[in-house]
Design a binder for this molecule. Sequence first.
Ligand code: ATP
Ligand code: MG
Length: 650
Amino acid sequence: MSHETIESLLEEERRFPPTAAFAAQATVRDPAIYEQGEDIEAFWESHAKSFTWFSAWSKVLDWQPPFAKWFVGGTTNITVNCLDRHVEGDKADKTAFIWEGEPGDERIITYADLLRDVCRCANGLRALGVRKGDRVTIYMGMIPELAVAMLACARIGAAHSIVFGGFSPDALKERINDSDSRVVITADGAWRRAGVVPLKANVDAALAETPRVKTCVVVERVGRAKAGVEMVEGRDIWWHELVADQPETCDPEHMDSEDLLFILYTSGTTGKPKGIAHTTGGYMVGAAMTHKWVFDVKDDDIYWCTADIGWVTGHSYIVYGPLANGSTGVMYEGGPDYPDKDRFWDIVERRKVTIFYTAPTAIRAFMGWGDEFVTKHDLASLRLLGSVGEPINPEAWMWYHEIIGGGRCPIVDTWWQTETGSIMVSALPGLTTNKPGSASRALPGIHVDVVDEEGQSVPLGSGGFLVIKKPWPSMLRTIYGDDERYKDVYWSKFDGLYFAGDGCKRDSEGYLWLLGRVDDIMLVSGHNISTMEVESALVDHPDVAESAVVGRTHEIKGQAITAFVTMRAGTENTDEKRTEIRKHVATKLGPLGRPEEVYFAPQLPKTRSGKIMRRLLRDIAEGRDLGDVTTLADPSVVDSLRAQYQRHHT
Ligand code: ATP
Ligand code: MG
């Protein structure tokens, strides 16, 4: 990127204020909350007081940039806040999770059930020798035992490191060794589109090169015969045998507010994953409060976050935030298109889901599949929708709003990262007038800015780098075992500002529009152009379902925009269509935004969390060898795109 700020080409005039009915019942109704959040210490302290602590803190914040400590000296256990206080209160019989397996089996788990299961697992882990301060790697599908295992670790003060169940043995091995885990918890397999993901076999392969691992605990999910599991004598133990005779209560470890709660490796869109370290007290307060404000959760809501617990969204908004708030959550094991492409809407209808939180990658897939899978279901129970993971293109936002939300549900577009621990930028659904494609503004108590290359605030109406100006409770404390890398990645670009790595525009009213990763920004004829805006203009074409653009070297312009587009079902991929699509973008954005070339891509390369990996498309467009592909969901996608690209260029 040059020293210039990012130019903005996209104009979005549509406005959606909350309905009077929604605003009247919203948890956050008073805009004064933003002013209260100016004094971060007083603000976050007042919220921390609503949690159960064994002993109070002596200092709210100890800030030795870039190292923060929150609620210094306070002790607590997050599982007491997520479980015991509800069971001891009036929620013992309230449903914590409505779990649905891919084959259609279900489990209804109350808060009392969950506390009991967590305690038995925690006692089992203690019996295996796991102690406060240890790390445990968890590699599972979306089954209740995944939540139980992480909470059991937290109960006894061991940090969990969850590795998404779609990762390869190699990626798993690297994460086990980096976190120095001695125990791995897994399942025999996981259901995925009626097939079995061989989790235990993957663990076996990984454990060939993890000398420190002494024990592997295995949940029986798909059945030993189906999964073809081989238990290694002296190392492997079945979960049900481990917990069978364990007591149903377990004293929670007294955790210092700054004790490590978990390590989570980032999804790896840009390269080598980083072990993000989160601690106890601040993370708890940040995850729970943001869940309450942003999702407006009430006691009778049925809340469904479709993320996998293996990502930070699942940590904060399936497990810790919702449980701390005593809410009822849906948890689903399988794919969105099994047995058919309406599985999600079938679940929403049957379970009467009221709050639904998903990712743009899923929304664009649903759009591409066609409205009929949605409209055959009654989605009247929905009252609030959320989005996370990538910028949401205005057209995808509109589709989400109209087709899923029936035009009545506010949408919270939530910007945050593994590193931030909880949502940083989002609408408050009872207060904010939505603009499709804008995440709106920083939450109360969170202070962000958009700056230029020198770290100076850019004027309203301009683009630049998104930064966070003040520490916040759920911020990462470091990169596990690597303070230098922590300083270097997040704190070295601008003095005293947290560098998020994302481009952002602030419009004339102060709304924030995320423009994608700064590494992806294109420099065309001296203008910095955001991938997000060109992609939004492409998706605005009625036949285009999804798109990714990259800048490739161009003799005259410096860079030229190359677009890869996935068309909606039933369209023809002709040269006329390419021309039409290029014209469409030029009409929306002006000639500067027009792609030099358009390639039809049946699929785009994505991480296992569904994010587009533009750096690989750049490698293709530049004719280079592909960079690190270990976090890619489906390597065959890039191979076929590259073949197509080369055919056109030879
Ligand atoms: P890595 O850091 O290893 O490259 P990653 O950034 O994809 O991986 P995550 O922490 O899961 O890992 O993702 C955070 C990033 O996702 C943000 O920095 C941003 O680029 C993008 N993102 C998340 N939510 C939004 C949103 N609502 N709008 C725009 N971008 C978003
Ligand atoms: Mg990142």
